[in-house]
Design a protein around this ligand. Structure first.
Ligand SMILES: Nc1ncnc2c1ncn2[C@@H]1O[C@H](COP(=O)(O)OP(=O)(O)OP(=O)(O)O)[C@@H](O)[C@H]1O
Ligand SMILES: [Mg+2]
Length: 283
């Protein structure tokens, strides 16, 4: 049961590397309740990850300023999920370091996955309370879970069982569970991949809204390049175990889906992803 909760929470713990290699110029980000400063910056240096002789990540160097919205794209199997798992502390690197702008505390880094991973035997509100981890028995747990449900527009479903919710509603509960601990870094591993097109666009708007409201640092892995450019301050392309392209998306929000500027950026990234692979490949 405890193991299951840990898996569902994906609540990351600081690794030895993080404690040793602190960022030299920490940002002013603090848990002040001030949305504009709540995110944590992170600095990745020479990050490597191998599984046996499969060298998946071969030297990732990256600085993400506090509160930035970063999206990560790349071919299937290039190591996107591996990178997220390392950032979240769910797996240990083979080499290199990941350091946060400040000492990371429990609940500071959360991951949301493609599958909502709700507990079927717990009602919606209790599922959100699970996101509080060790503090889920505190007196204000219920109020905090209620606030998170309001944030995702699902307060009217608080007493429902997960089984009666639609796929999009389940993902909103999963988002509320991730938000309830007020994370400072929220990593998303294709969280909208299983949703239909309209629900997906609604969820993209919700993600952007909660990110604007709460000011966490967002790292979103997606296969959908249109989604990547619509949401990101910055799009990273991973290829051959490294960051092959780092594209700033300097467009005002809210962004006009289907605009010429977004389409041009999307085309540029797609061409980059497709280059050298004339045959079919999975994105
Ligand atoms: N626990 C593991 N043990 C062994 N190999 C692994 C493990 N996790 C990932 N890999 C391998 O690492 C590589 C990268 O996997 P990863 O899941 O990070 O890719 P991805 O970019 O997220 O792909 P996708 O877009 O299909 O989700 C793959 O070759 C995969 O087989
Ligand atoms: Mg993946």
């Amino acid at each position: 049961m405890l193991e299951a909760l840990h898996y569902i929470l994906a609540d990351s713990r600081a690794t030895e590397d993080d404690r040793v290699d602190t960022v030299s110029a920490p940002t002013a980000a603090r848990r002040t309740g001030d949305a504009a400063t709540r995110g944590l910056s992170l600095t990745i240096r020479g990050l490597r990850k191998s599984f046996g002789d499969n060298d998946v990540l071969r030297g990732i160097d990256l600085h993400i300023p506090a509160g930035q919205f970063v999206t990560i794209v790349g071919k299937s199997g290039c190591g996107k999920s591996t990178l997220l798992r390392l950032i979240a502390g769910l797996d240990a690197p083979t080499g290199g370091s990941i350091a946060f702008g400040e000492q990371r505390q429990q609940g500071d880094v959360r991951v949301m996955f493609q599958e909502p991973r709700l507990l079927p035997w717990a009602r919606v509100l209790s599922n959100v309370e699970v996101g509080l981890g060790a503090t889920r028995n505190s007196p204000d747990a219920r109020n905090r879970a209620d606030a998170a449900l309001i944030e995702v527009g699902l307060d009217d479903k608080r007493s429902q069982w997960p089984a009666v919710l639609s796929g999009g509603q389940k993902q909103r509960v999963a988002l509320a569970r991730a938000l309830v601990s007020q994370p400072r870094v929220l990593a998303f591993d294709e969280p909208l991949g299983a949703l239909d097109a309209l629900t997906r666009i609604a969820m993209q708007r919700l993600l952007e809204q909660v990110w604007t409201d709460q000011g966490f640092t967002a790292i979103l892995v997606t296969h959908d390049v249109a989604e990547a450019v619509a949401l990101a301050d910055r799009v990273l392309v991973i290829e051959d175990g490294r960051i092959s392209n780092d594209i700033l998306v300097d467009l005002p929000r809210p962004r006009q889906r289907g605009s010429a500027q977004l389409a041009a950026l999307e085309g540029e990234i797609l061409r980059d992803l497709l280059k050298g692979s004339e045959g079919a490949f999975e994105l």
